[in-house]
Design a protein around this ligand. Structure first.
Ligand code: MRU
Length: 346
């Protein structure tokens, strides 16, 4: 199953709002289609959003060419990138991909030449994500699997193939551990309110015949305490220079449970998820989403429509609660304000 596909100038996105019951690809021919898909989580997961946005810039460049106003081409493209960037404020991969695309656009040439270069760049960003996932999976499996013992793991949200263009970040590590015969069980938090764990992670792992047990989020502490969980592994949406990590709402709570129970928490994330321009997690913008996501699910009400709601999509886990961050360049043990910048200096 492909999360996204670029074919003859159209971006096809697997509509994740319909999974696991229907596999429908949304054809995106305009950048606005991609922006809408990102906003409603038809495409989601930080790395996949970055790749989708890169293709959206190609679609935007094409539209700007058709307008025929060469003198405003770059300014128009920059304004569109700003609009795309605002679609999901926490996932820094979106910003990272748009920055790379704008830099490529700025290398000069006619609008047509720039558009051709942008398509090459988007394809390169897409391909890079595949390779990055595989490298991360190997480093992560070496680290988590070093005892040679079969592991019981817990994960949250979906940091799998559906969240990337490859095999996933946290689920990429789990896939590689499983290939090495080192997975006993994966507990998947259902991940309220949009159920990425139930709809996507359980689905993905079952499809690959990796043992998975679905739990509701409020079962996590008891599962960690009673089921012999060896480690928690999750993805990330933005990591500050001191290792503070934004990920799906609920990750911070898991980190507190993990600390109490002395269970290591690992983050798996590519270099593109690090935001070294911010010193700590307090500077990470936290996306707040529509209140109806909490009051109902797929149109079925769970609360009165006027019920007041707080719906942050992400939280920030302090670096002290993280045992290590797995990247495509290696492992950052005990991430902090010294180890994270030092890791990227080499
Ligand atoms: O709101 P979502 O579904 O986009 O949230 C996704 C997550 O929080 C993932 O854990 C994160 O993006 C890492 S994906 C490899």
């Amino acid at each position: 199953m492909e999360t996204l596909r670029w074919e003859k100038g159209t971006l096809y996105l697997l509509d994740q709002t319909k999974l696991p019951f229907e596999e429908i690809y949304l054809p995106c021919r305009k950048w606005q289609d991609v922006r809408q898909a990102i906003s409603v989580l038809a495409v989601r997961g930080a790395p996949a959003i970055g790749v989708a946005a890169a293709y959206a810039v190609v679609l935007a460049a094409r539209a700007c060419c058709e307008k025929g106003q060469d003198d405003t081409f770059l300014a128009d493209l920059t304004a569109i990138c700003k609009a795309l960037d605002a679609a999901r404020p926490t996932a820094v991969n979106l910003h990272w991909a748009l920055t790379r695309m704008l830099a490529a656009a700025g290398e000069g040439g006619t609008p047509q030449a720039i558009t051709a270069r942008l398509e090459e760049k988007a394809i390169a960003i897409h391909q890079e994500d595949l390779a990055v996932n595989c490298a991360m999976a190997r480093f992560g499996a070496d680290e988590l699997g070093k005892s040679g013992k079969k592991l019981t793991l817990l994960t949250h949200c979906n940091a799998g193939a559906l969240a990337t263009a490859g095999i996933g970040t946290a689920l990429g590590v789990i896939r590689e551990l499983h290939r090495r015969g080192l997975v006993s069980m994966v507990y998947a938090d259902e991940t309220r309110p949009l159920l990425q764990g139930a709809r996507l992670t359980a689905f993905e792992l079952m499809a690959d015949h990796i043992p998975v047990t679905l739990i509701t989020d409020n079962m996590a502490a008891w599962t960690l305490k009673t089921k012999g969980v060896d480690a928690i592994i999750v993805g990330a949406d933005r990591i500050a220079a001191n290792g503070d990590t934004a990920n799906k709402i609920g990750t911070y709570g898991l980190s507190l449970m993990a600390r109490e129970l002395a269970i290591p928490l690992y983050i798996a994330a590519p270099a593109s998820t690090f935001d070294l321009s911010i010193t700590d997690g307090s500077q990470i913008p936290i996306e707040e989403r529509n209140h109806d996501e909490v009051r109902s699910f797929r149109g079925v009400a769970a609360a009165l429509p006027e019920t007041p709601v707080f719906n942050p999509a992400f939280d920030v886990t302090p670096h002290e609660n993280i045992r290590a961050i797995v990247t495509e360049k290696g492992i950052i043990h005990r991430p902090d304000a010294v180890s994270v910048p030092a890791f990227f200096q080499h």
